[in-house]
Design a protein around this ligand. Structure first.
Ligand code: ACM
Length: 518
């Protein structure tokens, strides 16, 4: 999972990893080989030494960058035959993706330590490459702070499904989680609240923690995309920096559950202060994030004029570019000027937008997409009624919301990122897909606002339940060719995958749509 482009089962006796298995890798393959060796040693207890060349007759797992051209940056081949496993790709990134496939070919016990095995891989020949270059997972750490260790745990799981972008939604009304030297109050005041938590912080990442997460993601070939949302979703900033408010007075930190409760003052007189804030905080986010993208938000902005909104998008886009970044924004930014190389993230409702395309009743979301695409922007597809991981599976799901409808596993899986928006967005304009996890309602009984007796579970409990099994569904939409996908097949593969989550201690949602293996 995700389903590879081409799989040929070869039959015959399985290839076994044994105490004599060597991992063969040259210098260029070393980083990925070391990562794989660590995982295999932990599971099997075998020494799995790294060697530059194969010993004749010894079983090997070989990693090589000598691969046929045409596999692309992330493509790979995996061959298991005659006591040898061979992973080939043209980049280390492709090799890493191949290692994730290899882990899934091994028994579920590969996810635990000290089991006896046997550690077998069926004889197989796989050729694989992604459909889209951007396959993202977003985590909102603004409403509910997620400690760096839990963020890393989530990133590690996402890497299993060949996710290659971690979109870190770092700023919200309820909290500013990005470390800031330019505005220390962002961490002293802006990080002092969460949704439902008036005190107990501060909750933000130190620079060391942030860099550690970036490095951890990079080791898994996952790019971190920081988001600084504006001009709305900005109450934490406005509580910390007085000049962002029209009256020049800092507001109270916000720990409630509403949206559209804030917007930077975009009056002519205040614009220089807003620009200064954006310039400095974007520079800080860019300096900590080596990836090519910066997400500027742009969603759910109350009470500004079109001109004011466009002015904000313009200054935010220029600040991103000045710091060497390409812009991503929620699809509302289509109403502003987008720098070359931008992408917009579509978060509309496919059940409303899709049927109206090409009719006189085209929706606002589609109008905005048209404006974005006309400016040359690419599109990241994240429909709320399909890809939002905070939507409840069923009416009984303890956590989350249902404003976009219920999203059971089949609904998350059974759609296509190109078909839902064509011909407004052509296949070549789809950059990829993303599954966002918002954390507004990360407590049981979430159909109501919490009262003073509410118990907020550890964020990992909420993440596990909402992310699995829906993230692999979205990951497969991003990776697998359309013709390789079908719901009955996915359903069967998911059923067999459950024991891997159980082995890893992932509290996944045992959806009754799936006949889970035990
Ligand atoms: C969003 O859900 N406000 C992007």
């Amino acid at each position: 999972m995700p389903q590879p482009e081409r799989v040929a089962a070869l039959g015959g006796p399985a290839v076994a990893l044994t105490a004599a298995t060597t991992i063969v890798a040259g210098r260029a393959e070393r980083q990925v080989a070391t990562h794989l060796a660590r995982t295999l040693r932990r599971a099997t207890g075998f020494p799995m030494p790294l060697a530059a060349a194969a010993t004749p007759a010894a079983p090997t797992v070989e990693l090589t960058l000598a691969a046929p051209a045409g596999l692309g940056r992330e493509g790979y081949t995996l061959t298991a035959r005659n006591q040898r496993v061979r992973l080939a790709a043209t980049t280390a990134e492709g090799l890493f993706r191949a290692t994730q496939t290899l882990l899934q070919l091994l028994p579920p016990d590969v996810e635990t330590t000290g089991r006896p095995g046997p550690w077998t891989v069926p004889q197989v020949e796989i050729t694989d490459r992604p459909r889209f270059g951007y396959r993202g997972l977003m985590l909102d750490v603004g409403r509910r702070f997620v400690p760096a260790a839990s963020v890393k745990r989530l990133i590690d799981q996402a890497a299993r499904y060949k996710i290659n972008v971690f979109h870190w939604h770092l700023t919200e009304d309820q909290g500013w989680r990005l470390p800031s030297r330019a505005f220390p109050a962002l961490n002293r005041i802006g990080a002092s609240t969460q949704a439902g938590w008036r005190e107990g912080g501060p909750w933000f990442y130190t620079e060391a923690e942030y860099r550690d997460v970036v490095a951890y993601a990079a080791e898994r070939f996952i790019t971190v995309v920081p988001e600084i949302d504006g001009p709305g979703h900005s109450a934490a900033a406005m509580a910390s920096v007085p000049g962002l408010n029209c009256d020049g007075v800092a507001r109270e930190p916000y720990h409630g559950f509403d949206v559209r409760v804030s917007v930077f003052c975009l009056d002519e007189a205040r614009l220089p202060a807003v620009r200064d804030f954006v310039d400095k905080t974007f520079a800080e986010a860019a300096a900590l994030s080596p990836g090519p993208w910066l997400h500027i938000g742009g969603d759910e902005v109350p009470s500004v004029t079109r001109e004011q909104y466009a002015a904000y998008v313009g200054l935010a886009g220029r600040a991103a570019v000045a710091n060497g970044k390409r812009v991503i924004g929620w699809h509302q930014v289509g109403d502003g000027p987008l720098p070359p190389g931008s992408a917009v993230q579509y978060w509309g409702l496919t059940h409303e937008d899709r049927p109206a395309i090409g009719t006189a009743e085209e929706t606002e979301s589609v109008r905005l997409l048209r404006r974005a695409v006309r400016q040359g922007a690419q599109v990241i597809v994240s429909p709320a009624d399909r890809a939002y991981l905070d939507m409840k599976y069923t009416a009984d799901t303890p956590y989350g919301l249902r404003w976009a409808g219920l999203v059971p596993v089949e609904r998350a899986y059974d759609w296509d990122p190109v078909r839902v928006l064509e011909p407004v967005v052509a296949e070549g304009q789809v950059l990829g897909v993303e599954a966002p996890l918002w954390t507004d309602r990360a407590y049981p009984g979430s159909h109501r606002l919490p009262d003073s007796t509410a118990v907020y579970p550890d964020p990992e409990v909420y993440l596990d339940h909402m992310v699995f099994p829906r993230l692999p569904a979205i990951a497969e939409l991003g990776w697998s060719p359309e013709r390789a996908r079908d719901w009955p097949g996915f359903r069967a593969r998911l059923a067999a995958h459950g024991p891997r989550w159980a082995a890893r201690g992932i509290g996944f949602h045992r959806s009754p749509e799936i006949d889970w293996a035990d």
